[in-house]
Design a protein around this ligand. Structure first.
Ligand SMILES: [Zn+2]
Length: 208
């Protein structure tokens, strides 16, 4: 990867984070970890878990086994390299992986309830089925990483998973695409919960 490509990648990740901040989809703490694929064995990853600290110069390059090649990771972030690597290993089409505790999506994660695809905007974002739940396991454990891989293998084409009792993972073809998906997931979850008060959301009518 050239220095120019590196710079563009960093700038895109920072821009995606600013989009998330502006849209109000972050949890109160601003917790985030965010990566983009460099190649078949490496990613660029946020070094800390706070969106306020996400700047071009705080992004690190690590391989899928957690070896740091550029920059440095704090201890808490080093624990979740495997969470991102599980998605890249399972899904060759994914270029960016984004983790947040966006509040309404996290409500579904706490309930261990898949997020249905009943919101037109979610469908248009490329998510055609329910967002599945990865059963809870301790953060950073092999069981946690294996659960993500197993859920993705079973789910087929989903572009996101809920992490049971925890938060969400959204992925896409670019940093910006992943950020936009987080916003649409949060809108979908908020609308699903609001619709409960008036009888609940209805399934989208099958075409034809
Ligand atoms: Zn988290």
């Amino acid at each position: 990867m050239t220095a120019d490509e590196h710079g563009q990648r960093r700038a895109q990740m920072v821009e995606a984070a600013r989009i998330l901040e502006r849209s109000g989809v972050m949890s109160h703490t601003g917790h985030i970890n965010f990566s983009t694929r460099v190649d078949g064995r490496r990613m660029m990853l946020t070094s800390s878990g706070l969106i306020a600290e996400l700047r071009a110069e705080t992004l690190a390059v690590v391989d899928f086994d957690g070896n740091v090649e550029e920059g440095r990771l704090n201890a808490s972030t080093a624990e979740i390299v495997g969470m991102h690597a599980a998605v890249y290993r399972q899904r060759g089409d994914v270029a960016a992986v984004l983790h947040t505790h966006s509040p309404h999506v996290t409500a579904f994660a706490l309930a261990n309830h898949p997020l249905p695809c009943r919101y037109e905007a979610l469908l248009r974002r490329g998510q055609s089925g329910a967002v599945p739940v990865v059963p809870w396991a301790p953060r950073g454990s092999e069981e946690f990483f294996a659960g993500i891989a197993a859920t993705l293998a079973a789910a087929g084409e989903t572009n996101a998973v809920l992490l049971g009792n925890h938060g969400l993972l959204a992925f896409g073809s670019s940093a910006i695409a992943a950020a936009k998906l987080v916003m649409t997931l949060e809108e979908a979850a908020e609308a699903e919960l609001a619709a409960v008060a008036i009888g609940g959301a209805k399934d989208i009518r099958p075409a034809g």
